[in-house]
Design a protein around this ligand. Structure first.
Ligand SMILES: N[C@@H](CCC(=O)N[C@@H](CS)C(=O)NCC(=O)O)C(=O)O
Length: 337
């Protein structure tokens, strides 16, 4: 008996250290009345607070979508700013329910830290330098001092890239993103490197954005997406299908402006997606009209993209890879049926 009890305790401890949580996130979220999302400490276009502390961005929209799915109210989301380094511990410890924080889906993260539920932005790592450095290609960066964030894929990719190209470099790394940007702006390093979307976002914070140039090389694949704790399939399904809802809504031509009308469509696929037919929401333990609420309150993927990171925003990012699969990109969500 004693042995069995000890074995059970040992098993629990080992599950906890592996970041394996018990099921029940939906119940916890319902009880506290909000979805708690881990976000960045301020990355325009992805997760950024205004002067009144209101958060916006592509990742914030995903969080709002989950709140709309669970509560029928996108406002029932709260945000916990996290550095790159501390983000995964915050998830595994249960401090947050989901981590939509410009986080690259990699195999080791998937194995150690949680389940990625999809990709909400396909990215790749790039380099920015001051124009007056006269550098036209990353292959000319031998000997450079490079500013970057600790706890990121960025610093790992830099190491790989310079090694593969037989170049030396020195790292100037900080945990806080704003310190990295400030160090680069103050000339403490020659190069700023991160995801290309991150460069577009952080460039807006420089004293003279036009004095800098982004080099042509993209040195990695950075599929950015939200993740949830291991061990709670119901919650990962809710997260996955909240994201898929926004992508499928774009594909089906459903927008925040026409969703009420579209719910009455004769098209059975649209009816299922919006919950006017079938029981897909019920199957996940959330209201059947979860996707209707997401699109009505947050918008489809294109609406969110255009509002936060698209060509008409300060980031000015073309859809590129993030266009739908049938419009020249690779965004492809499984069907709701
Ligand atoms: N996608 C990469 C990089 C993520 C990352 O943390 N990037 C920095 C530089 S753009 C950042 O988000 N900074 C904002 C912050 O820490 O608040 C990863 O998952 O490791």
């Amino acid at each position: 008996m004693k042995v069995t009890k000890l074995a059970a305790v040992a098993a629990t401890i080992s599950l906890a250290t592996m970041g394996v949580a018990q099921a029940g996130t939906l119940e916890d979220v319902m009880a506290k009345g909000a979805v708690t999302c881990g976000v960045s400490q301020g990355l325009p276009g992805f997760s950024n607070p205004d002067s009144e502390g209101n958060w916006s961005g592509l990742d914030v929209d995903f969080c709002r979508a989950m709140a709309a799915a669970v509560f029928g109210d996108a406002g029932k989301a709260e945000y916990k700013p996290l550095s790159a380094k501390t983000r995964f511990t915050s998830l595994t410890s249960g401090e947050i329910d989901v981590l939509p924080r410009n986080t690259t889906w990699t195999m080791s993260r998937d194995a150690h830290h949680g389940d990625f539920v999809g990709v909400n932005y396909y990215d790749g790592q790039g380099f920015m330098v001051r124009k007056d450095l006269g550098v036209a290609s990353a292959t000319e960066l031998g000997g450079a001092a490079i500013c970057t964030n600790t706890g990121t894929t960025t610093e790992l990719n830099v190491a790989d890239y310079f090694r593969a190209n037989n170049m030396e470099y020195t790292v100037v790394a900080f945990e806080k993103a704003d310190e990295v940007v400030a160090a680069y702006d103050a000339g403490r390093c020659d190069v700023y490197t991160t995801d290309q979307s991150g460069i577009a976002a952080q460039r807006t914070k420089l004293a003279d954005p036009a004095a800098h140039v982004i080099l042509p090389e993209i040195i990695s694949k950075e599929p950015l997406g939200p993740l949830v704790r291991h061990g709670d399939n119901q919650w990962s399904d809710i997260a996955r299908w909240s994201l898929n809802c926004m992508i499928n809504a774009e594909e089906m031509g459903i927008t925040s402006a026409n969703v009420d009308e579209m719910a009455g469509s004769d098209n059975p696929a649209i009816q299922r997606q919006l919950g006017s037919a079938g029981d897909l929401g019920d199957l996940m333990g959330i209201p059947n009209d979860y996707c209707h609420q997401i699109v009505k309150q947050v918008g489809n993927y294109a609406e969110s993209y255009d509002r936060n990171v698209g060509p008409d925003t300060p980031l000015g990012l073309a859809r590129g890879l993030n266009a739908l699969w049938n419009a020249g990109g690779i965004l492809y969500a499984a069907p709701a049926r």
